[in-house]
Design a protein around this ligand. Sequence first.
Ligand code: B12
Length: 268
Amino acid sequence: MSNTIREQITGKCAELDIPLVGFASASSWDTPRFEPWIPPEFRPRALWPEVKTVIVIGIHVSLPALETAPSIWYHEVYRTVNTLLDTSAYRIALFLGTRGFPSISLPRDGYGSIEVLKERPVAFFSHRHAAYLAGLGTFGINNMLLTPQFGPRVRFTTLFTTAEIRPDPVMEKDLCIRCMRCSKICPVAAIGSRDYPEGITDKRTCATRSSELHKRYISPCGLCIKVCPAGEDRVKFRRKDMNIYNEKTDEFSHYHEAWNHVRSYGGK
Ligand code: B12
């Protein structure tokens, strides 16, 4: 297994300002770690039999912009991060190709429109499972992958490469403290209800809310990732005190005024 190519990839990610990168062996999908596990047809080797290593990259969404969500500000950040992910993954695949390792990048989402997801809220590949197997984090109640650096406030995409690269270990320490803030704040009760227990969200209801916000130009919702207490970004942005999200706390009223200001422009 090549360590040199691993170092070259992490170097390339640093050059592209990508904060998170992890590596998983394509064979690791074949050993279920919990249920429901990834069905066979969604696994890397089913999609591209030549793949040896799966590379996952992650870019965070900035917490202060997310705090205005749903808003045009978060909507634009989301689009920017998506573009950066797709462009960076394509560039890393090109980089590997020129070094003798044919590689392909996957789209960071993989659906044509939110209307498609209302009918069938599933894509052909799961980046959160890939990120989990590449050692980047653990699953939370909100069905997001929580990372030590940014909690769930990070978006991922995945590359398949023919290079055999030393994998990262799966993270064992559970980062979700089950505070249920994500469940309580969800405006459509899509998280942690009786029909959809821990870690399984009501995808259709969630997608329907997203579609309504999309018509108002202020999708995605983002509330369940905003209130997650996990992530060092909370320390960096001075957001350890979760009372900040309580509208009734006078101490933080100026933040709420600022967020309401942003929310009243740019969308419907
Ligand atoms: C479809 C989709 C949506 C839909 C449906 C929501 C949902 N709950 O999944 C909508 C548009 C509503 C949505 C919303 C959001 N999404 Co979204 N979404 C996706 C997308 C495109 C596909 C997911 C998928 O179908 N994967 C394939 C299936 C096989 O795997 P899976 O979904 O991971 O599901 C497995 C398990 O979770 C479990 N399972 C899940 N639900 C259920 C339900 C039942 C009944 C059962 C039995 C099992 C089960 O079984 C599956 C197989 O193991 C991915 C991008 C991607 N391609 O991975 C992003 C993605 C998952 N979303 C992401 C994000 C951030 C969000 C939002 C926070 C919005 C935002 N951008 O601010 C919200 C959060 C919603 C939530 N709490 O779940 C990120 C997650 C990053 C992270 N840190 O984990 C992803 C990975 C996008 C990215 N490129 O980073 N999303």
